[in-house]
Design a protein around this ligand. Structure first.
Ligand code: ATP
Ligand code: MG
Length: 343
């Protein structure tokens, strides 16, 4: 084993502050060098944060001390998004709204219930805190208009910003608000980027503190555009328990990790069916938890298969709004609480 590998193994014992994942798998160890007998470490932080840098250095120093090694020297740098200048400020062409947290809901596979989860979680958040926004980043198959029962078109401000539509105490925006039901748009790569950017910049998000973003399935153009446009605070991955869906979870986790977006956790949707006191595991419950453990990301909870969810989604009355006391709504509420704790 080379000296570099030895150091790398040692660094794998150091967790990223606040996470159960180590700094190596987080991808922030950018450089290991040797100068005379000293080790030089290049660490790239996702954002400027002295506290985190300090904690990481303490963790590494402890690991080095345990092995009786001389303490290393550090060079901390900060991850730069495209379009950011050297001093970390955004270039003038990106005018971000005053949103403090951006939370993305993703899945590797389509049809696992991302939009359902995004809408019901947003409502659960709105019951616990003010100023929630919901953005439908699925420009190919926007679901929010139908799920939330919205068929009005948004208005614009004097300076031509789109005013989000407000319902369930949430400010919402979806491409579906602008298009008729029969309209289809063929999106080419640069248009996708433009649309996502416009949804952030040209929408009057004033007053929104926390924006939930419903992503299209998979890991494509829209995801990259979003991550290049806004500083995502975290990503939640929705899956169903079947193996075919779980395989794709890995891709979702890897996408977020590569882009330095913390994975807030995994939600297992359509986990089980409740029939009176009986619980039926149709798709094999527990896969979501197992894969969360495997990748050392939090498991946020299970949502049962509930015909009321589908009915609510089709009728524009999401279950957390129409029947907040139901067991299913409580499951959403608990997951929302866990996310609030973690963020
Ligand atoms: N737990 C559940 N119980 C019953 N029906 C559900 C549940 N979750 C989602 N559904 C239904 O499954 C269908 C697909 O859900 P949804 O549109 O939320 O998936 P999606 O992952 O957003 O899909 P896409 O990948 O196309 O964006 C919807 O009809 C929805 O009402
Ligand atoms: Mg969807």
């Amino acid at each position: 084993m080379s000296d570099k590998d030895k150091i790398l193994n040692l660094l794998k014992e150091v967790n990223f502050p606040g996470f159960t994942r180590d700094i190596v798998s987080f991808g922030i160890v950018k450089n290991i060098d040797f100068k005379d007998k000293k080790v030089l470490l290049g660490i790239e932080l996702p954002k400027e944060d002295q506290e985190v840098a300090k904690k990481i250095a303490v963790g590494i120093n402890n690991a080095f001390s345990r092995e009786g090694l001389e303490l290393p020297e550090y060079e901390f740098t900060v991850f730069k998004k495209k379009g950011e200048t050297a001093n970390g400020t955004e270039t003038p062409n990106v005018k971000l709204p005053n949103i403090s947290k951006y939370l993305a809901v993703a899945s590797g596979k389509g049809g696992v219930g991302k939009s359902t989860v995004a809408v019901n979680l947003a409502i659960a958040f709105a019951e616990k805190m003010k100023n929630i926004g919901l953005m439908d980043a699925d420009i190919w198959g926007p679901s929010i208009p139908m799920m939330c029962g919205i068929n009005t078109k948004p208005m614009a401000t004097k300076d031509e910003k789109i005013i989000p539509i407000e319902k369930f105490n949430i400010k919402m925006m979806s491409i579906g608000f602008l298009l008729g039901e029969e309209d289809t748009v063929i999106w080419r790569g640069p248009m996708v980027h433009g649309a996502i950017k416009q949804f952030i910049e040209d929408v009057e998000w004033e007053g929104v503190d926390n924006l939930i973003i419903d992503l299209p399935p998979g890991t494509g153009d829209a995801h990259l555009s979003l991550i290049q446009t806004v500083p995502l605070s975290g990503g939640v991955i929705v899956t169903t328990p079947q193996d075919v869906a779980l395989i794709d979870v890995k891709r979702g986790i890897q996408m977020f990790k590569k882009l330095n977006v913390p994975v807030l956790g995994i939600i297992e949707n359509m986990s089980y069916l409740q029939d009176g006191d009986k619980i039926i595991d149709i798709f094999g419950r527990g896969g979501g938890k197992a894969i969360a453990d495997k990748f050392e990301v939090p498991f946020l909870g299970e949502i049962p298969i509930d015909p009321e969810i589908r009915k609510g989604g089709d009728s524009g009355q999401p279950i957390v709004y129409s029947n907040p006391e139901s067991e299913t709504s409580q499951a959403f509420s608990k997951i929302a609480e866990r996310i609030i704790e973690n963020i």
